[in-house]
Write a protein that binds this ligand. Sequence first.
Ligand SMILES: [Zn+2]
Length: 104
Amino acid sequence: MTIRDKLKEVYWKLWLLFGVVWLTFVLGAAGHSKWLIVIGFGMFVAYWIYEKRKFRCPACRGDLRQWLRRKNFTWDPTKDFRNCPLCGASLDSEISIPSCQPPS
Ligand SMILES: [Zn+2]
């Protein structure tokens, strides 16, 4: 998996989570259910934490939210970037995950 693939995956998970949060609020408001609104608020906090923690460059751990969130909607938030704007790591380089390395 490349850095670009990872960022796209996070981006789409965020859209999905955002959709669920929105739907929960709408259903809560329509049904006058304060519990759904409380749950929606909890999921909104989860969304915020997930975005803050995961929308980062895997190479430098830099926060990429301000670069990848500039547009309203795009199929590929990374298409204008070939490198991380913070550390210059190529977005098409493979992410090495230490826990996935075979034991030596
Ligand atoms: Zn970086």
